[in-house]
Design a protein around this ligand. Sequence first.
Ligand code: AMP
Length: 539
Amino acid sequence: MNSTMQDAPLSITELFRHGAQVFPDSEIITFEGEQARHTSYAKVAERVNRLAGALRTLGIVPGDRVGTLCWNHQEHIEAYFAIPSMGAVLHTLNLRLPPPQLAQIINHAEDRVVIVDDSLTPLLASVIDQCPSIENVIVVGSGEVSGLGEPLAYETLLAAESPTFAWPEIDERSAASMCYTTGTTGDPKGVAYSHRSVYLHSFAVWATFHLDDRGRLLIIVPMFHVNAWGTPYAGWLVGSDLLLPGRFLQPQGLCDFIRQERPTFTGGVPTILTALLNHVQANGGDVSSIKTAVCGGSAVPATLITAYRDVLGIELWQAWGMTETSPIAAIAFPPKGTAPEDEMIYRSKTGRVVPGVELRLVDDSGAEIPHDGEAVGEIEVRGPWITASYYNAEAPEKFHDGWLRTGDVGNIDARNYVQITDRSKDVIKSGGEWISSVELETLLVGHPAVAEAAVVGVHDDRWAERPLALLVLKPGASATPDELRDFLAPKVARWWLPERWTFVDELPKTSVGKLDKKLIRAEYGREKFSVIELEHAKR
Ligand code: AMP
């Protein structure tokens, strides 16, 4: 029997229309260093129409890719709505990629137009000769432009267009936007989100993050990385004020913006939220307007969650996801009835699967293993906002009977709480047993002297692999390897304790701020670190 329901397409055009009509007075606020630029949804909506007109005048038709090389700001929001709603595909370019990789993804996506910030024109200029698909460059801002000849000016183009655009009917399964993986384990691969997947994911983000039109959402996660976790679309859908920090992502800039504009909610990777906490502890700063922050992208140390609660009065929610999962797949809320003293057991887990996503755990042979909170395997996911393939790239090893292989290793309990212990490529196998590098790292940053920690497996003649701990100490702090082992000893099995230690000024990170363990292992191989080996601790 057929249903009697209407078949309205699930599209970004619909998200856009709803926010614009229902919340015309909600604000879009861009930080510009000292001052913030305020505008309303109604004004932005008109400019979205003009931008679509301008792109059509330039010959952009449905299916064409339009790149953005931009920080988080009002014009990037305009591109987020105009490009998909006109049927074209928004390709957010990661401005931290090394130029050869940037050129590679522009070429792979065949971007016809790139919208670029004036401050980022030198970066685009460094690759444009190698990117034959780019026909037009549109520059946002009136600052100096370097190396791009006479590009088009964003404001001039918008001024020449009509404030209304005839939005086409959209096939909800067509591509709306795309983002490339960061390529730490191979070439970057393109994930193309559909209108339908963005629409459904927005509803999930709205519900999971408890967003509404009273909220003021500070979007720190870069809009070039997985649609800033979907927060611009979900926030707009429900009329939250969107606060965009531009390129002012250093703790001082964020603190100034927070003090001036008083966001209620934010999100970010652990490195950024740790830097903000350290800054406030060292220099003071009023971040009291923020009630909740979502943290994910890499493991969130329990000590960060408690410090946010105790020092800043902010509830920190750990979430898990990846470029391929749009990204929201799990969030760590304690189950109802949890006693206050047990809350941290759940808050420090990776997360509980969100509605719409299914999880399973498989062993090395691909056989399913139980969700008992103990058995360890690779996590596989499926659902309407999980990718089923990569754009124009074969990667059969990433999929398994219709499930995405996440490459994350861990356990799942009976209520579908996930605990990630490693990336499969980073697992340390010592004498046939697994050591969780993630757990050692999150424990080590709980030591008062440690600012950052990375643990990787390195060759050992006796045990095949043993953990090497790399640490960045806090300014002025000191700690010896023996002290750090004593600190870890009551918390982990004895054979997990590293006997190789190195202290560095900085840990290698990827373009989205995650530990670059591939590089760490390579640098260890090239003997770039001076390693302290504790002979007395060797087993
Ligand atoms: P990306 O596609 O660059 O966003 O990276 C996704 C990967 O980040 C995941 O596969 C995980 O390995 C890691 N990740 C994301 N969130 C978490 C989390 N809460 N805990 C541990 N790892 C995480």
